[in-house]
Ligand binder design. Structure first.
Ligand code: XIL
Length: 340
């Protein structure tokens, strides 16, 4: 039994991976990926600052290895991400006329998508372009090219690999205003004859929010807009979000504040159980909507590798995934497997 076999009739089960798994030095991670997952996403190595750090320099060594790993193991291979304001190479911000920027974006996308044509199955073409109110976020791309940079990005990706699944990926896509924004974005592209295949809902969630109802409403809304739904970056934090706290608690220096790192050694059983229940709830919802959902990808393999140990505050000990720091399945894993 494994995650990928258990959900083989429902959706791909993916994980974000890093250098250690890609070059094989992290053998435990690699074993787990092969055993449990049938899809991979590169957590960092294909982001602009890594893959295209200078105008004439592309780093394809790790991405090539990443793609080979996926091919060897017959996986659904994801590319992440072509256009994003964050982890962008610094030199891009110097480009300030629209013709150069359009040429640059076209070259970036054509080169990368073209290189992995027929190999990378799904591309996060544009990442996090929306504000919380659903409007388009300020970025160098929007500033120099205007709102239609999205159209340019999707058109270029479609041209470079007509078969690849093209995705708009973002967080908080269960929030009503942002959801409306994402649907407008999809409609806009569709009305202009631009291919967009899926919405990637980054699942950076917690034990309570979003509610099952909010998640379901969103899945239905995106499906109705005519695109597939992907859960692209799933992890369930068990730690407080400092921005959601008030008063004394937040006025502290977060680091070294015990309250902000309540479980430095291990997760108490009560919370372990809550997490297991939460995962079971969301997975039974995903399975219910298997006809709309193509893929569920965890943002990391095991707790030790999760970015949530360092975000939004450095130095916390988080427990957001299905496998613990020793790569062993947690109760949350069992609870999901028990659904079937
Ligand atoms: C994160 C990685 O997990 C970290 O290792 C890195 O330092 C910062 O980026 N949304 C995304 C992901 O689309 O690319 C981000 O990944 C997490 C938020």
């Amino acid at each position: 039994p494994s995650l990928k076999n258990t959900f083989s009739y429902d959706f791909f089960i993916g994980a974000a991976i890093n250098g250690g798994a890609i070059n094989g030095s992290d053998t435990l991670a690699l074993d787990l990926i092969r055993r449990e997952f049938n899809s991979i996403t590169p957590e960092n190595i294909m982001k602009w600052e890594h893959i295209h750090p200078f105008p004439d320099k592309f780093n394809f060594e790790m991405p090539d290895k990443y793609v080979r790993l996926g091919q060897k193991n017959n996986m659904h291979i994801v590319g992440h991400t072509l256009v994003w304001h964050s982890q962008l190479a610094e030199w891009v911000a110097q480009v300030n006329d629209s013709a150069s920027m359009a040429g640059l974006l076209t070259e970036h996308i054509t080169k990368i998508v073209g290189r992995y044509k027929g190999k990378i199955d799904s591309w996060d073409v544009v990442n996090e372009a929306l504000n919380e109110d659903g409007s388009l976020r300020e970025s160098i791309f929007k500033e120099v090219l205007g709102d239609h940079y999205l159209e340019l990005a999707f058109r270029t990706a479609a041209k470079a690999d007509p078969e690849a699944q093209l995705v708009y990926n973002d967080y908080n896509l269960t929030h009503p205003e942002k959801r409306e924004g994402a649907i407008r974005l999809v409609k806009n592209l569709q009305e202009n004859g631009v291919k967009i295949d899926a919405i990637g809902m980054q699942g950076h969630w917690n034990l309570e929010r979003p509610t099952l109802e909010e998640i379901e409403t969103s899945i239905l809304a995106y499906h109705k807009a005519g695109v597939k739904v992907l859960i692209t970056e799933l992890d369930i934090t068990v730690l407080p979000n400092p921005w959601e706290l008030e008063g004394a608690e937040v006025s502290q220096n977060f680091e070294g504040n015990k309250f902000m790192n309540p479980y430095p050694e291990s997760l108490p059983d009560s919370v372990q159980n809550q997490l297991a229940e939460r995962y079971a709830d969301i997975f039974s919802l995903f399975a219910k909507h298997r006809d709309k959902i193509d893929r569920v990808t965890f943002w990391g393999i095991n707790d030790g590798a999760s970015w949530l140990n360092g975000w939004p505050i450095k130095g916390r000990t988080n427990y957001p995934l299905l496998f613990d720091r020793n790569y062993r399945p947690k109760k949350a894993y069992e609870s999901i497997m028990k659904l079937k």
